[in-house]
Unconditional design. Structure first.
Length: 331
């Protein structure tokens, strides 16, 4: 009889836990399409909304796949497109602040986010202000100049106007361990940049041509949006980063301040007494751990891994990225 009671008790406990999990928590093993949810940060009830849009970490266009207890995570381009689409459908949204904290990302993803912001401004007429946190470098700075104004914190670093190709070679290691490359190609430059072959002078020349063309686009974007004459911008756009005061001196940014300063500035500019400050979030567990903490997918180590991972996935990859750890790359 005692054994029967023990088994009945265990059965009741397991049944209760099962009901609790299925009714209260939905655990996704694969990413799913979910609508963004509005979260009020301050000023609840005000008729005018100010939307904060974080742009953090590596700026890419490849969606993270789902993991156990994680719902996967949309890439930067998809996330910004969904955010701007939702904002455009809400007539109460009067302004947008891009909260940028990033060392950049891929060339194409950075340009796509820049284009999305420009198109949103053109179609909606809603002002967009960029506010840089710790860093707004390379592709992140490229994105920021799409805004009407660029603000930085007193301790921000910005700039790094330029292009980098991450490329490593393992031919020396292959010789040491007795590995031979037997790849075949249709032409001598089909495998240019392969880590399995030495890089020739012709390879470097071809890569430099690609870099120069993409750099010219970056340079032109900054020159036009910041209204800096090319001859003035040229010595500034050699890849270096700048402190907030240096960037302001060279007209790379508009103002130094804090978030409260920016909100007060927008109130005066738009003749608004009070904002309901909001942001859009994915539903619980869509991009956070089971207990609601930030996913490891957003950690600085993970962002560095994304950049480094491009080496093994696709060979030489052109990036608008400030990453001094790869000092041996082609620039």
């Amino acid at each position: 009889m005692k054994t029967v009671r023990v088994w009945l008790t265990r059965g009741l406990i397991l049944t209760s836990l099962s009901l609790l999990l299925t009714s209260c928590i939905s655990i996704n093993l694969l990413p799913t399409e979910r609508g963004l949810q509005e979260k009020v940060l301050s000023g609840e009830g005000a008729k005018d909304k100010l939307l904060l849009v974080p742009i953090n970490g590596f700026i890419g266009d490849q969606t993270s796949r789902g993991l156990p207890f994680l719902g996967g995570k949309d890439d930067t381009v998809t996330r910004i497109r969904a955010t701007l689409r939702k904002a455009s459908q809400d007539p109460k949204v009067r302004g947008i602040v891009l909260l940028i904290d990033s060392a950049g990302g891929s060339v194409t993803a950075s340009d796509r986010v820049y284009h999305l912001i420009r198109e949103f401004k053109r179609k909606s007429g809603i002002p967009v202000i960029a506010m840089v946190g710790d860093m707004g470098a390379s592709g992140a700075y490229y994105v920021s100049v799409a805004a009407d104004e660029v603000w930085v914190h007193p301790t921000s670093v910005v700039g790094s106007i330029g292009v980098v190709i991450f490329n490593v070679g393992v031919t020396g290691l292959m010789q040491k361990i007795g590995v031979e490359d037997r790849s075949l190609a249709s032409g001598p430059e089909k495998e240019m940049g392969s880590p399995l072959k030495p890089m020739t002078d012709e390879d470097k020349s071809l890569f430099q041509g690609l870099i120069s063309d993409l750099y010219a686009q970056f340079f032109d974007i900054v020159s036009r949006n910041r209204q800096i004459a090319p001859d003035v911008l040229k010595p500034l756009a050699d890849g270096r980063i700048y402190t907030a005061r240096q960037a302001l001196k060279h007209h790379l940014v508009d103002r130094i301040g804090y978030r409260d300063d920016l909100i007060h500035h927008l109130k005066r500019l738009m003749h608004v007494q009070r904002f309901e400050v909001i942001r859009y979030r994915e539903p619980f567990l869509a991009s956070t751990g089971i207990f609601g903490s930030e996913s490891s997918l957003d950690s600085p180590l993970a962002d560095a891994g994304k950049a480094a991972g491009l080496l093994t996935k696709s060979g030489p990859t052109m990036l608008y990225l400030w990453s001094p750890g790869f000092s041996g790359s082609i620039k």
